[in-house]
Design a protein around this ligand. Structure first.
Ligand SMILES: [Zn+2]
Length: 279
């Protein structure tokens, strides 16, 4: 999201919106102001908060409005020099721009989960999702000692956007591996040194990913962003630090990978997929 925000922040400001269309069913979560209030507006800037993207516009009527967007797991914002076919079934939102260009929110897969809201400034301030976001994990992560005081395991705690904003499933594995912490360690059980190591790993791992994408990703923005992972989904391969075979716990729709040597004192954690089969 950081790189999407940066690239769109370079490309969009100053461009006029000719019209906005929402081929996605129920993708627009607000009705006041109506969508056509954005027609004729000019992009003023792009901001990221956690995993949310804010596209700020100035309307012809002098009314500042914001498109608040959550791409969820399968949504992408992409820039096109030509307008898309209305038959493109991945299209959720089309922002039509001058000279036939188009900013398009597309979503891959069968679920329609990505959404946008069109908000006035006071509604941006009052928005529940924005208001309840925890502090940003990057670039300046907060002190984690007090923040993570909870009996929940780290792998769930760190992905909770209300605890700390901006970490997804992929990068939580990389961060915990870099910090040499078990994904099942409880937030409560972190020592001061461990909390400091976790904070450092958070800043350095997210920084590594962002640097990688900064160099690799350009407008029109790819369908698939590069994922410079070392641990996540690398189960069965050697740990990049110690060479032990990486293990994983499989959940319904994602996988959590870790190194038993570096992170769990040699313990191989229960594979939930396997235990379900054995029931
Ligand atoms: Zn290892």
């Amino acid at each position: 999201m950081e790189i999407t925000a940066r690239r769109l922040g370079e490309a969009l400001p100053g461009l006029t919106i000719e019209s906005v269309m929402t081929p996605g069913l129920n993708v627009l979560k607000t009705f006041d102001p109506p969508l056509h209030h954005a027609d004729g507006g000019t992009f003023a800037g792009v901001r990221r908060k956690g995993k949310l993207l804010l596209l700020d516009i100035e309307t012809g009527a002098g009314e500042p409005l914001t498109f608040l967007t959550h791409l969820m797991s399968a949504g992408r914002l992409q820039w096109f020099d030509k307008r898309g076919s209305m038959k493109d079934r991945t299209s959720r939102v089309l922002w039509r721009l001058p000279e036939g260009r188009e900013l398009r929110l597309r979503e891959f897969g069968t679920r329609q989960a990505a959404w946008i809201k069109l908000l006035r400034p006071d509604a941006v301030d009052a928005d529940e999702q924005l208001r309840t976001l925890g502090p940003e994990a990057w670039p300046d992560a907060p002190d984690l000692g007090a923040l993570l005081k909870s009996n929940r395991p780290l792998h769930s705690l760190l992905r909770d956007q209300q605890v700390i904003a901006g970490i997804g499933r992929t990068w939580v594995d990389e961060i915990l591996h870099a910090a040499r912490l078990s994904p099942f360690k409880r937030g409560d059980d972190l020592s001061e040194e461990e909390a400091a190591a976790l904070r450092e790993a958070m800043v350095s791992e997210l920084g590594r990913v962002i640097d990688h994408c900064e160099a690799a990703v350009q407008v029109p923005l790819p369908e698939k962003f590069p994922k410079p992972t070392r641990v996540h989904a690398h189960q069965g391969e050697p740990c990049p630090r110690c060479g032990t075979t990486l293990e994983a716990v499989f959940y319904e729709d994602y996988v959590m990978s870790y190194c038993p040597q570096c992170q769990t004192e040699g313990r191989v954690l229960k594979d939930r997929r396997l235990s379900r089969l054995l029931k």
